[in-house]
Design a protein around this ligand. Structure first.
Ligand SMILES: Nc1nc2c(ncn2[C@@H]2O[C@H](COP(=O)(O)OP(=O)(O)OP(=O)(O)O)[C@@H](O)[C@H]2O)c(=O)[nH]1
Ligand SMILES: [Mg+2]
Length: 320
């Protein structure tokens, strides 16, 4: 278990290399380049945070809080700001453990998002994770739009060792959900994970489709806890933020799965989403294999970003 945690932290550190190069290299040059903490210093810090996709909101509060701390503690050396900055960034992105309630009760998890962001992959990875925790998982292949979508999820179901309920291509997604609910009830499943189609919906179609699905869930499975997760592609930076905002307008979004953080310089978007929209990033994806999805942990994320403490930190984190 500890080995596994370490392994993931290592992958996180290496996955965030580009983001780190993008943000942290800039910090270091400021911390060592400035001899005093003045307006120029703050301005440059602000610029790096904005360029690192951390978002206006988070950047503003990080800088304001930093100024306050610096003056209260009478800090004079730019280098001494580094740890304060790390702490401020962490504070922007804490996720309460109650946010994972759906993992611990009978639940339905609806996974939505636009084309190609990693919905099916994330459903597969999440299935593997929950199965490993000893949970009974059923998958609903409610992407009936793309012909190959069912096969793709079936492969994941085999990999994770869980059951899958699908429908014919072109079938009504709500009818697949209906069948999947029946299966989940019959097998006394802990979690029903629903993959959905990612075609670019217009807002009206999306609302209509979600409304039908929610209606079936409310009617057929009223005792299941409903969790709606939006999947966002971390490589798309500000675009991901805009998508999250749009989905939040049409659905009761409980959280975000942020994928493809490996190999992107835009990982700072994780901070922006949390701070701008107040929707927690609950999972992050840092690769294509089944183990490459983990609960988001602000401390581990920011430590990985700054590449600090990564020898001691993993065991102290709540990766499970
Ligand atoms: N590197 C990397 N690739 C990922 C990650 N998550 C998903 N992918 C890849 O992204 C591609 C698209 O993933 P899918 O899971 O098919 O995306 P989707 O949202 O289901 O796509 P549609 O159903 O077509 O809308 C695949 O090649 C995945 O392997 C990740 O965390 N890291
Ligand atoms: Mg898919």
């Amino acid at each position: 278990m500890a080995e596994e945690k370490k392994g993931f932290f290592k992958r996180l550190v290496s996955g965030l290399t580009k983001t780190r190069d993008n943000i942290v290299a800039g910090f270091d040059s400021i911390f060592s380049g400035f001899s005093s903490i003045d307006d120029d210093f703050y301005e440059e810090l602000e610029e790096i945070l904005i360029m690192g996709d951390i978002g206006i909101n988070a950047t503003t509060s990080i800088i304001e809080n930093l100024k306050k701390e610096v003056s209260e503690r009478r800090i004079k050396e730019p280098m001494e700001c580094k740890q304060l900055l790390i702490n401020e960034i962490k504070d922007q992105m804490r996720v309460d453990s109650t946010e994972y309630e759906f993992e611990n009760r009978k639940s339905v998890v609806l996974v939505i998002g636009v084309n190609g962001v990693g919905k099916t992959t994330s459903v597969g990875k999440l299935a593997g994770k929950l199965k490993d925790q000893g949970k009974k998982v059923v998958l609903a292949a409610a992407d009936t739009f793309r012909a190959a979508a069912g096969e793709q999820l079936t492969e994941w179901a085999h990999r994770a060792g869980v059951e899958i309920i699908g429908g014919q291509a072109g079938a009504d997604p709500a009818s697949v959900i209906y069948d999947a609910v029946a299966a989940a009830k019959a097998r006394n499943a802990d979690v029903l994970l629903c993959d959905t189609a990612g075609r670019l919906h217009n807002k009206k179609n999306l609302m209509e489709e979600l409304r039908k699905i929610y209606k079936i869930l409310e009617r057929e499975y009223p005792d299941a806890y409903l969790e709606t997760l939006v999947v966002l592609d971390g490589t798309t930076g500000q675009n991901a933020l805009a998508q999250a905002r749009q989905f939040a307008e049409v659905a009761n979004v409980n959280g975000i799965i942020l994928t493809k953080l490996d190999g992107t310089a835009k990982g700072g978007i994780a901070v922006a989403i949390q701070s701008e929209l107040d929707i927690p990033v609950k999972y992050i994806g840092v690769g294509e294999s089944i183990d490459d999805l983990q609960k988001f942990d602000a401390d581990a994320f920011v430590n990985a970003l700054f590449d600090v403490d990564h020898k001691e930190t993993p065991d102290a984190q709540n990766y499970d």
